[in-house]
Design a protein around this ligand. Structure first.
Ligand SMILES: [Cu+2]
Length: 440
């Protein structure tokens, strides 16, 4: 059978292909999408010149070569997105996902990116942090006409840098980003890296005003958000990051939310090694356990993996919670036993909580005592091997194991600490041990 693709191949491509370039992409030519999954780091460096990034809960945009140019095709569109089982929303993004697929390329590459707009309003794409000719910068009205509904524009430029970058609309930006339009654009250095990386993770930080009981993120909110996400997912729906003991891991973080996020890793002192300015000179690397990723910034951290299950989360305590009422009265220490009965007469099923703290929330929700509004996640949840984790939002686990295949990215289960290395109960008597106490 002679297809258009065969015909191009038979014709010897060259002149024909370049003349048809913009349309040729849509003809279904072979595409490539390098993955680190199943490819050992050394083999990946041989095959691709780099170890491909692993986008948390996401994917890498396939590309194809057309006469020496790497061609990508983004489609801006609306779809239903799930933050975690129990909460979905009508979101906007690219190629059916929020964030959009990660674009991955190498310093020196010439890239051509088609952008088709299937949204009900116009859009553009800005290549955040990437040095492009002014007319390719994607600022609607300033550097180009807007991409109208149904239209396809093409961007083309050469990548003269490396680093962790982003893409997002620069058209009705407040609305389009609030409903999920963003993605990462990773450029690997040409010729490899002096300190090689074994695993390279990436994700975007974002916040969503998905009010309890609703199905559309509210773009008008500036401060009081309901959901805090890594790659548009909340704990425990965020993938764990796995590594083998001793591997060098990089985590690339980018922030297009409305808040700064201090990102904290347990069990390691990591080095902050890069940003959208590329991988910094080694003299500029600095040891931290918490690094603020400010709005509009990207940060790369690197560490040599220590065995264990290590919490990895934003350190703003409200950013590790899900949908919570922000205007609830403070009930900490308040005896509500009388009022609970009276409120129940008006609100059947009402449950007074919070007198002793909020940890009981997770149990009540899971036992079905408390019914939240539809499409609304519990404030905190997640189970570990020893009980409730009582987290939500921007939280996941870095799981490091001695025996993990180098190209294995599957969840590693729970860590078994060696004997004698886990905190344990020695007494249930509050007067135990008579420790020295102030003013006692
Ligand atoms: Cu945060």
């Amino acid at each position: 059978m002679i297809t258009r693709r065969n015909l191009l191949q038979l014709a010897g491509a060259g002149a024909l292909a370049s003349g048809l370039a913009p349309r040729a992409f849509a003809q279904g030519s072979a595409t490539t999408s390098p993955s680190a999954r199943g490819v050992e780091p050394a083999a990946a460096r041989q095959r691709y010149g780099y170890v491909p990034v692993h986008t948390l809960n996401g994917w890498t945009l396939p590309w194809r070569m057309n006469d020496g140019v790497k061609e990508f095709h983004l489609v801006a569109e609306a779809f239903e997105h799930e933050f975690a089982p129990g909460s979905k929303a009508k979101c906007w993004g690219y190629n059916g996902s929020t964030p959009g697929p990660t674009i991955e390329a190498v310093e020196g590459d010439r890239v051509r990116i088609f952008v088709t707009n299937r949204l009900p309003e116009h859009t553009t794409i800005h290549w955040h942090g990437i040095l492009v000719p002014s007319g390719m910068d994607g600022v609607g009205g300033l550097t180009q006409p807007h991409i109208g509904p149904g239209e396809t524009f093409v961007y083309e430029f050469t990548l003269n840098q490396h680093g962790t970058h982003m893409y997002h609309p620069h058209a009705d930006e407040m609305v389009q980003m609030a409903v999920g339009m963003m993605g990462m654009f990773i450029i690997h250095p040409r010729g490899g890296e002096e300190v090689p990386i074994d695993r390279d993770y990436c994700f975007l930080l974002h916040n969503w005003a998905l009010h309890p009981g609703t199905w559309r993120p509210d773009p008008a909110i500036m401060v009081e958000f309901d959901l805090w996400t890594f790659n548009s997912k909340v704990f425990p729906a965020i993938e764990n990051m796995v590594a083998r003991t001793g591997e060098r891991v990089r985590i690339r973080m980018a922030n297009l939310s409305m808040w700064n996020h201090p990102i904290h890793l347990h069990g390691h002192t990591y080095q902050v090694t890069g940003s959208d300015g590329g991988r910094w000179a080694r003299a500029r690397w600095r040891p931290e356990t918490t690094e603020i990723v400010a709005v509009g910034q990207t940060r790369d951290i690197e560490f040599v993996a220590n065995p264990g299950d290590w919490a990895f989360h934003c350190h703003m305590a409200h950013h590790t919670m899900n949908a919570m009422g922000h205007e609830i009265p403070n009930t900490l220490g308040v005896d509500q036993s009388g009022i609970e009965k009276e409120i129940r007469e008006m609100l059947p099923g009402y449950m007074a909580m919070g007198r002793y703290g909020m940890a009981e929330h997770q149990e009540h929700v899971e036992m079905g005592h408390m019914q939240g509004p539809p499409n609304t996640l519990p404030m905190m949840w997640g189970k570990g091997p020893y009980g409730n984790i009582e987290m939500g939002g921007m939280f996941t686990v870095v799981k490091v194991r001695d025996q993990l295949a180098r190209a294995d990215y599957n969840d590693a289960g729970w860590y078994q600490p060696p004997d004698g290395t886990r905190a344990h109960r020695v007494s249930d008597d509050p007067s135990f041990g008579r420790p020295i106490r102030r003013n006692a």
